[in-house]
Design a protein around this ligand. Structure first.
Ligand code: GLN
Length: 212
């Protein structure tokens, strides 16, 4: 199984190496043809305006939307979360509006540009996630079909999932955290072979031991 990492701009190399650490081949995606043989796609951090322009210029928008509509998992970190949002509070146009959320870019302002914290993500087990935030967005609106995966201590939402689309405002790939990538790999395997194992009702987190 191969998982693509959008490689038009930003921190894609770290996602490729995190996938490698869990034994999954990561493929750099720059052209629509790179999307043909992958089972899921990661949208990395970086600069979302630059990424949006390159996605449009290189004809990646429709084929990425098709991949998502096929049920393959998409996972956006930071700028990737902004690209996946249905609305962007400061008015930037949407790119791949697949998540019923509203985000605010650079939500932590100048004083707290970048920070690290421990986050509880119950879906990924008891052990806290070490989360690295770099000029991160915040989720200000969460639609009814969206699961909140993590919040800051003050209650603000920083990780979400809507069906096959997952997004974090922070960077698990910069902290040696592999559980989000394992989740995406599990979702991709189930997308490739929905009847695998004990069947469709099999709980996706069990097989990879995400809860450990
Ligand atoms: N501030 C960037 C943006 O708005 C995102 C930063 C990141 O991806 N680390 O696009």
């Amino acid at each position: 199984m191969r998982i693509g990492v959008l490689a038009v701009q930003g921190a894609f190399a770290e996602h490729i190496s995190t996938l490698g650490a869990i034994g999954v081949e990561g493929v750099e995606v720059r052209l629509p043809s790179d999307l043909e043989d992958i089972s899921g796609l990661i949208l990395p951090g970086g600069e979302s305006t630059a990424q949006r322009r390159l996605i449009e210029r290189w004809g990646l928008r429709e084929p990425i939307l098709d991949l998502a509509r096929s049920g393959a998992p998409l996972f956006g970190t930071c700028a990737g979360m902004i690209l996946l949002a249905d609305d962007i509070v400061d008015g930037d146009p949407t790119t791949l509006p697949l998540l019923d959320i509203g985000v605010r870019r650079n939500a932590f302002g100048r004083q707290l540009d970048s920070f690290e914290t421990e986050l509880s993500v119950p879906m990924l087990g008891d052990r806290a996630i070490h989360a690295v935030f770099i000029r991160a967005p915040i989720v200000e609106r969460v639609g009814p079909g969206v699961d909140v995966l993590a919040r800051l201590e003050d209650g603000r939402v920083v990780a979400v999932r809507e069906r096959n689309v997952v997004a974090t405002a922070f960077h698990p790939e910069l902290a040696g955290e592999t559980r989000f990538h394992r989740l995406v790999a599990t979702m991709a395997a189930e997308h490739d072979d929905p009847g695998e194992g004990s069947g469709r009702r099999h709980h996706p987190t069990r097989r990879t031991g995400l809860a450990r």
